[in-house]
Design a protein around this ligand. Structure first.
Ligand SMILES: NC(=O)N[C@@H](CC(=O)O)C(=O)O
Ligand SMILES: [Zn+2]
Ligand SMILES: [Zn+2]
Length: 347
């Protein structure tokens, strides 16, 4: 039996496209289904200034396949040297939709991030004034704090004090992975939201570690216990305005994933929508998929919802997706959800 749903074309509120050959190879995977994406600025070197964001945007547009309709929403990488006037101008021109906070050392290419929050106070105050959201990688980097506790400790010791010190600052907690993150986002009112990835709805830490280490399931924040995955599924499928999709699709070539010191990141751009349809159907919440992928994000970012739709079809036979995307930079393994995918987005 075939089944179908039609939803507003989705957006991805947290995406890594990289640059050069990798950008060229992975961009079509997102542009196929998504209308817009918030583009993460953690390139080497990072996208810090408005001028850099503008140049990066041009490179993304130049890499788009013929005929693709895709709008990159640019972000700036917050450093202790970021100039509030540059942020203000990049926002006023419409170029930049958010500023990204990486605690220094927390994740891929975060060494240029923030160590001393007093040094970014003026930027945060400017952002609160103009309503520009701060997207936060929410993990402490203190060596003594267990990696599985780093998100919860960040909320208590960094995020909550930061929000109290900066009234009016709009914050997106990126890629939350814990019930603590869900509870904090839910209680935060209209100026706080959280993105949830596709893979954190599917895997817990057993998938990563039991029966041999699975490098393609390694990402940051690292997948947590099953109770946390269940809290994320409940939040994502709730329809609540605080939660929306940020895939955090983060390509690394296989050689750097299958490595003695493997890179963090799951690449989900190719099969995110079919996986989400499967998860939402499992939770009896297919009617709330559109809120998660297409409505709650634009509402938080104060942007219109997309005008076009996609049709998703479920068939008795499983649909096959490529195991790898072959880029000129090298092969990139596509996230394996571990179950057959009967849903697909109709071309
Ligand atoms: N999520 C990841 O595991 N990796 C991201 C960085 C990030 O979003 O923290 C990357 O850029 O590779
Ligand atoms: Zn991150
Ligand atoms: Zn990310």
């Amino acid at each position: 039996m075939t089944q179908q749903i039609i939803i507003i074309r989705p957006d991805d509120w947290h995406l890594h496209l990289r640059d050069g050959a990798m950008l060229q190879g992975v961009l079509p995977e997102t542009a196929r289904h998504f209308a817009r994406a918030i583009i993460m600025p953690n390139l080497v070197p990072p996208v810090v200034t408005g001028a850099q964001a503008s140049a990066y945007r041009d490179r993304i547009l130049a890499a788009l396949p013929e005929g693709a309709q895709f709008e990159p929403l640019m972000t700036l990488y917050l450093t202790e040297g970021t100039d509030p006037a540059d942020v203000r101008a990049a926002h006023a021109s419409g170029l930049v939709k958010a500023v990204k906070l990486y605690p220094a050392g927390a994740t891929t290419n975060s060494h240029g991030g923030v160590r001393d929050f007093d040094r970014v106070r003026a930027v945060l105050e400017t952002m609160a004034e103009i309503g520009l959201p701060l997207c936060v990688h929410g993990e402490v980097t203190t060596p003594e704090v267990d990696i599985f506790d780093r998100e919860a400790v960040f909320i208590d010791t960094v995020l909550d004090p930061l929000r109290r010190a900066t009234p009016g600052l709009r914050v997106v907690m990126e890629h939350i992975t814990t019930e603590d993150g869900v509870a904090y986002a839910r209680a935060g009112g209209p100026d706080l939201a959280a993105t949830i990835t596709t893979h954190h709805l599917v895997i817990n830490r057993n998938h990563l570690l039991v029966g041999g280490i699975k490098p393609h399931y390694y990402c940051l924040p690292v997948a947590k216990r099953e109770k946390h995955r269940l809290a994320l599924r409940a939040a994502a499928t709730s329809g609540e305005a605080s939660f929306f999709l940020g895939t955090d699709s983060a390509p690394h070539v296989d050689a750097l994933k299958e490595h003695a010191c493997g890179c963090a990141g799951c690449f989900t751009a190719t099969n995110t929508m079919p996986i989400l349809a499967h998860v939402f159907e499992d939770e009896g919440a297919l009617d709330r998929l559109e809120a998660f992928t297409s409505r709650n994000g634009p509402a938080f970012y104060r942007l219109p919802v997309n005008e076009t739709t996609i049709r998703m079809v479920k068939q008795d036979s499983a649909h096959t997706y490529p195991d790898k995307i072959l880029t000129e930079a090298g092969p990139v393994t596509v996230f394996d959800p571990g179950f057959p995918l009967h849903w697909h987005v109709e071309a």
